[in-house]
Design a protein around this ligand. Structure first.
Ligand SMILES: *Cc1c(COP(=O)(O)O)cnc(C)c1O
Length: 384
């Protein structure tokens, strides 16, 4: 049987329309976008087109898009670059984030603490949501920067970004959001969300790995993370990854064109699958059932450890995950589920099934059958 991939939150395959768009930039059009002759100019035009395609996905301006090596770099750059620039300007040294962020944000914040910044990690409710009132209460006179993710990579919870953003914008506090899981999957408008910076990544939206972007509202200039040449308006040095950039642009264009239909299709599949999961005795859904990414189902089953289940599902040809790909292999319970108030036992039973562009109902029906058999078998062993 063909393996069934249900871990689209970890990474997505490159769409078959994306790769052909990229290929010319490896050999025929390999010129350096900074070169003045024909091949250089062709590469430069391709980068400009991709910038416009990414901007369109976010309803931003092309000159507000900066290409990076991925979501992690975008997060690190937004946080470190703005923290240092704002502290130097005498604005203060206090940062606010949430306790359910991706490690690209959490570990960047931990490093900033070592550099003398103060960081407040906001709690979340049982569904993983940050309450806007808690952001308001946490703001101090020396708060320079807030970073709250648009949607969580483990449980799929969508955060109240627009409400938080409106408050921060009125206060003049820089607001970054990690939208790596959201971009290309739910509608995003940087103006409606009132964000000053937004991170996205190619490989989470059917583009290549190793390419991402940071949206930066006009007027903000973080310190560079990579110093060198004058690429990306002197904010991110290094010869452009032309093929990767073209791939991200094409992926963003496809995502934008198909967003509404795909959002509706996946939400329906997700809701059906969640309802089926709930019929398994002792099961529960992790995360918010209303404010939720269209492709995310995260659940636990009483008395069933995720690693036992994962092995059985893998043997049956189903690729699902225990939480986030980044913490796979670590024995630590999920920091997200912990922040949501779960016990280590509950967290140790969480399974994440994430649906995507190529997911069919047949695949999910197959997973349900295997899942039910596995639960019966594990419970049988435990009872004997
Ligand atoms: C995957 C992911 C990242 C990291 O992106 P990379 O391109 O893999 O570096 C950051 N934040 C979230 C929410 C993610 O899901």
């Amino acid at each position: 049987m063909k393996p069934v991939y249900l871990d689209y939150a970890a990474t997505t395959p490159v769409d078959e329309r994306v790769l052909p768009a990229m290929l010319p930039y490896f050999m025929e059009q390999f010129g350096n976008p900074s070169s003045v002759y024909g091949q250089g100019r062709a590469a430069k035009r391709a980068v400009a087109q991709a910038r416009a395609q990414v901007a369109a996905l976010l309803q931003a301006e092309p000159e507000e898009i900066f290409f990076t090596s991925g979501g992690s770099e975008s997060d690190n750059w937004a946080l470190k670059g703005m923290a240092f620039a704002l502290r130097r300007a005498g604005r203060g040294c206090h940062i606010i984030t949430s306790s359910v962020e991706h490690h690209a944000v959490l570990n960047a914040c931990a490093w900033l603490e070592q550099q003398g910044f103060a960081v407040t990690y906001l709690p979340v409710d049982v569904a993983g949501r940050v309450q806007p009132q808690q952001v308001k209460d946490a703001v101090r006179d020396d708060t320079i920067l807030v970073s709250i993710m648009t949607a969580n990579n483990e449980v799929g919870t969508i955060e109240p970004i627009a409400e938080i953003g409106a408050f921060l914008q009125a206060k003049g506090i820089f607001f970054h959001t990690d939208a790596v899981q959201a971009a290309g999957h739910i509608p995003l408008s940087v103006d409606e969300l009132h964000v000053d910076a937004l991170s996205l990544s190619g490989h989470k939206l059917y583009g290549p790995k190793g390419i991402g972007a940071l949206y930066l509202r006009r007027g903000f200039r973080p310190d560079p993370l990579v110093h060198g040449g004058s690429q990306e308006r002197e904010l991110r040095a290094g010869t452009e990854n032309t093929a990767g950039i073209v791939g991200l642009g094409k992926a963003a264009e496809i995502a934008r064109e198909e967003l509404t239909t795909e959002w509706e299709r996946l939400s329906e599949l997700r809701d059906w699958f969640m309802a089926e999961i709930k019929t398994i005795p002792g099961s529960w859904i992790n995360g918010d059932e209303e404010y939720r990414l269209p492709g995310n189902v995260n659940f636990g089953i009483e008395g069933i450890a995720q690693d036992t289940l994962l092995i059985r599902l893998d043997m049956a040809g189903f690729a699902v995950s225990a939480g986030s790909a980044c913490s796979a292999g670590s024995l630590e319970p999920s920091h997200v589920l912990k922040a949501m108030g779960q016990t280590p036992e509950q967290a140790a039973s969480a399974l994440r099934v994430t649906l995507g562009r190529f997911t069919t109902k047949d695949e999910l029906e197959g997973l349900l059958t295997v899942l039910q058999q596995a639960v019966t078998a594990i419970r049988g062993q435990a009872g004997s």
